[in-house]
Design a protein around this ligand. Structure first.
Ligand SMILES: Nc1ncnc2c1ncn2[C@@H]1O[C@H](COP(=O)(O)OS(=O)(=O)O)[C@@H](OP(=O)(O)O)[C@H]1O
Length: 304
């Protein structure tokens, strides 16, 4: 008789490295090196909790920094803006642009470096992360894909028992860290919901934060149009998902998805949680948000 899967016993498989929950596919050496890497004065760090809009901002910034060479391929983007926990720090030189999903750490934080922090409503993050967790190997061994598992994932998400830990702790610590240790002129906070409302305005804000050639580029309306087109959901579904699949193959990671495509870019909308949240899940999220006054500061970011 087929074994019945108890959905309530399923965990997200993680490896604990330096106290952080790493996906199993990451090399412990790379992850550990990323945890210990202190930013140089001239670095630009894209720091986000996963699924907050990292890839979108990464693509906008790579366009602004490498406009003429930008080809939309994830292999190129990973060289222009490597993901430290996955690729390690071996190739970094001062003046690099890179992304991390690591928590705030005052020992590796450098107030002279520039930090771009991207955030998004935790309800939509949970849904997005649930989809991603289910498709990226080793995924959840033995768990078939399907929305019915979301209630369990939501519980694990609220407890912080998912890759990269607790959303709220991550946000509270980064916002406090940036406020107390950062220089305001070196910090840019972007909100996914605001980017959806006004991508042009936010692109120009990013360009002005970067300054130099990036700020010059966006004075040309044609360039702005081109970057907005290259970073639209539809263009990125094409460019990112297919090239991510070939990158995974190159890294010998078996991808369990149809059409050889890894859905880094899935729906790209605000409010998808309405399709997944039951009244019980909504109540759990409300309780979670109200459980700590520091969470309100985070939630206020989404009143856009
Ligand atoms: N161009 C563009 N416009 C709007 N939305 C976009 C775009 N690119 C990516 N996305 C959506 O961002 C979600 C993935 O987040 P991240 O890139 O932060 O994921 S990752 O942690 O770096 O893997 C994921 O959200 P969901 O669609 O809700 O799953 C992506 O679809």
């Amino acid at each position: 008789m087929a074994e019945v899967l108890d959905m309530n016993s399923i965990e997200v498989p993680c490896r604990i490295i330096n106290g952080h929950r790493s996906p199993l596919m990451f090399s412990p050496e790379s992850f550990d090196a990323a945890c210990k890497y202190r930013a140089h004065d001239s670095d630009i760090v894209l720091c986000t909790y996963p699924k907050c809009g990292t890839t979108w901002v990464q693509y906008m910034m790579c366009n602004l920094l490498h406009y003429d060479d930008f080809d939309g391929d994830m292999s190129t983007v990973k060289d222009q803006c490597p993901y430290l926990e996955l690729f390690g720090t071996g190739n970094l030189k001062p003046g690099s642009f890179y992304k991390i999903h690591l928590p705030f750490n005052s020992e590796t934080f450098n107030p002279n470096a520039r930090y771009v922090f991207v955030t998004r409503n935790p309800r939509d993050v949970a849904v997005s992360y649930y989809h991603f967790t289910a498709i990226i190997p080793p995924g959840i061994p033995g768990v078939p894909k399907g929305a019915y598992w979301f209630p369990r994932y939501a519980e694990l998400f609220l407890r912080g028992e998912v890759w990269h830990g607790c959303y709220m702790k991550y946000h509270r610590d980064w916002l406090k860290g940036l406020r107390e240790h950062g220089k305001p002129e070196n910090v840019l906070i972007l909100v996914y919901e605001k980017m959806k409302k006004d991508p042009r305005g936010e692109l120009i804000r990013i360009a002005n934060f970067l300054g130099g050639r990036a700020a010059e580029l966006v004075k040309d309306e044609k360039v702005v149009e081109t970057i907005l087109e290259r970073t639209s959901v539809d263009s990125m579904k094409e460019s990112v998902n297919k090239s991510a699949a070939s990158l995974f193959k190159k890294m010998n990671v078996a991808v369990d998805t149809p059409n050889d495509s890894v859905e880094f870019v899935r729906k790209g909308v605000v409010g998808d949680h309405a399709n997944y949240f039951t009244p019980e899940i909504s109540r759990m999220f409300d309780e979670y948000i109200n459980s700590d006054p520091g969470n309100q500061e985070v939630m206020e970011l989404f009143n856009v």
